[in-house]
Design a protein around this ligand. Structure first.
Ligand SMILES: C[S@@+](CC[C@H](N)C(=O)[O-])C[C@H]1O[C@@H](n2cnc3c(N)ncnc32)[C@H](O)[C@@H]1O
Length: 195
């Protein structure tokens, strides 16, 4: 209940940056956890964590991680995340600086993004996407898990680097609004590339 209220206040502060009317549902958060666990990456970075609905679901992955960083641009949400998850590295900054983080130079990273790419200002989307791509392309074996509220066939963004592809993971119709989870990952050797 407190989480919903905090989310609604965040939405009123900045509707284009929050981009949804309710925190992620348990079903959506669990689908993202399952996708995170498919990977061996020991660094997990969640961007746009909001009230922490997905962060909380990702906690079972903590045991197998070296680092779990959380990036949130809204200072109110960032304070709440720091208070609720003292064991995580919560950074109150823009996702466009994700490629500047002091990380092991080549260790693969799993990025989980709740960024509302369709409602955020275009220039900001461009900066955030390019920082996430730069981080991943320098670390083979990395992937980006991004969910959208758009029609399930619409990929989160275009112009992905050669050798990468979008894989549609699942659509969660019970989420408010319904959401589709996507994974941006390197094309397996020999497979054809569909952008
Ligand atoms: C859809 S909401 C997050 C939902 C979250 N999973 C939850 O259930 O509470 C998107 C979040 O992204 C954050 N955000 C938007 N633009 C951002 C940016 N450029 N960098 C970091 N966070 C950003 C917003 O402040 C908001 O908390």
């Amino acid at each position: 209940m407190r989480q919903r209220l905090a989310f609604a206040l965040g939405y009123l502060r900045n509707p284009r940056h929050v981009g949804a009317i309710a925190p992620a549902s348990r079903a959506l958060a669990q689908a993202i956890l399952a996708e995170v666990l498919r990977n061996d990456a020991q660094v997990l970075i969640e961007v746009g964590a909001g009230t922490g609905a997905i962060t909380r679901a990702l906690m079972p992955a903590l045991d197998r991680l070296d680092r779990f960083l959380v990036i949130e641009r809204d200072p109110g949400f960032a304070r709440m995340l720091s208070a609720h998850f003292p064991e995580l590295e919560v950074l109150n900054c823009c996702a466009s600086s994700v490629d500047q983080l002091p990380l092991d130079a080549s260790a693969p990273v799993t990025l989980v993004s709740s960024l509302p790419l369709l409602s955020m200002p275009k220039a900001e989307v461009q900066k955030c996407v390019s920082a996430m791509l730069s981080l991943m392309t320098h670390r083979p074996g990395s992937k980006l898990i991004q969910y959208t509220y758009a029609a399930p066939h619409l990929r989160p963004f275009a112009n992905i680097p050669y050798g990468w592809r979008w894989r549609r993971v699942v659509s969660i119709w019970a989420n408010l609004p319904p959401a589709t989870v996507w994974s941006l990952e390197q094309t397996p050797r020999g497979a054809s590339i569909v952008h």
